[in-house]
Design a protein. Structure first.
Length: 374
């Protein structure tokens, strides 16, 4: 849903995540756009010296590595090529950032993560603690997906969603996605002269999602991935902005002009709710009937009686998606039963559970205290 311009002010965020896309950082010949990057680093230094804490999510490793290794197709013709290119390119990328930040008397600290690092609760908390300590030491965390070991099945695939998850872990106050487009448009501006820039969005509904369809970006992430990132960020109480990174000093340019698309944040959830809502994977899922869906909206726990289908293999304590009869994910939570037990008790009343399972049961399949709506 489109709204009036949000009051989100990046310069006033105590902790800010800035994501830099490949198309901005790497030229078509596979070299770093050093002069432009220097202006961005000057922006960062100015903000850091004013007391703001900046975290960088930087793409570009695969593109840089492909050039160094002489790989065709930008290093993306196969998973093997992408992993090799990432291994070679990450060194060059980190060195470039470290040198430019060092010239501004700032210390870069590299963090490489996989999807599993932020989907697993314990590893997520470890990453959060590391980020917090680095920020308190006035270092600039430089984060990227560890593409050299990530697989096609278990990976972020784009740094937009990674930036949103990092924002959650670090308890950021804002996220900026620097892109080669100025923000979300009502239509593809390259094909439709009447396309208008959407300045602010207060809720991501079907209309907003449809605007992202067909939009393209250089690199692995397009407008659709940015909308997905906005969903993750705003559900965690973090406003997110899509901003053009084309001009020099892009952070200063955004502060001065306000040109971009700002996604307003929802209420700030608990840390556990934020982690669950932001997960990109779930171990399994349960489908519920209309009565159960209404009961959840009214603040009740999910009882076995409202479950119609159980999908996947999960243990007690695993994260499961809760879907309605149309297949839409309405909530996510921690399972009180494993999948085998859930299959046996689905559709059954609470009074029947002990006879079915052979022990005194927990009344809820997913307790409301361990559930978050999406």
């Amino acid at each position: 849903m489109v709204a009036a311009l949000s009051a989100f002010s990046p310069s006033e965020c105590p902790r800010l995540v800035v994501k830099v896309g490949s198309s901005l950082l790497v030229a078509e010949d596979g070299t770093v756009r050093q002069d432009w990057l220097a202006t961005l680093v000057a922006d960062i230094a100015e903000r850091q010296k004013a007391g703001q804490k900046i975290m960088l999510v930087s793409s570009g490793a695969i593109a840089l590595g492909a050039r160094r290794l002489g790989l065709k197709g930008g290093g993306r013709k196969s998973l093997d090529d992408a992993q090799a290119a990432a291994a070679a390119g990450q060194i060059a990328l980190s060195q470039c950032w470290a040198e430019l930040l060092g010239a501004q008397s700032l210390t870069a600290a590299q963090i490489l993560v996989t999807l599993g690092d932020l989907e697993d609760r314990r590893r997520y908390l470890n990453a959060a603690a590391t980020l917090d300590r680095l920020l308190r030491l006035d270092a600039i965390p430089l984060i990227n997906e560890n593409d050299s070991v990530a697989t096609e099945e278990i990976r972020f695939g784009d740094n937009d969603r990674l930036a949103a998850r990092i924002g959650q872990a670090a308890r950021a106050d804002g996220i900026i996605l620097l892109s080669n487009v100025a923000g979300l448009y009502s239509a593809d501006p390259k094909r439709d002269d009447t396309a208008e820039l959407i300045r602010s969005v207060d809720a991501i509904d079907e209309t907003v999602a449809a605007m992202a369809e067909g939009a393209s970006d250089m690199g692995s992430g397009g407008m659709t991935s940015k909308i997905q990132a906005a969903r993750i960020a705003t559900a965690a109480g973090i406003p997110l902005a899509i901003v053009s990174g084309e001009p020099d000093s892009p952070l200063r340019a955004f502060t001065e002009t306000g040109t971009g698309t700002i996604f307003a944040a929802d209420r700030a959830p608990s840390a556990r709710e934020s982690w669950m809502a932001g997960r990109l994977t779930a171990t399994g899922s349960v489908t519920i009937d209309a009565g159960a869906a209404k009961a959840l909206r009214d603040g009740n726990s999910l009882l076995p009686a409202g479950v119609t289908h159980v999908t996947g293999a999960f243990d007690r304590g695993d994260v499961v998606d809760i879907t309605d009869e149309s297949g839409t994910i309405v909530a996510r939570g921690l399972a009180e039963y494993d999948s085998a037990a859930a299959e046996r008790i689905k559709g059954r009343q609470t009074g029947e559970l002990e006879a079915i399972l052979g022990y005194a049961p927990r009344p809820a399949l997913v307790h409301r205290n361990h559930m978050v709506f999406l």
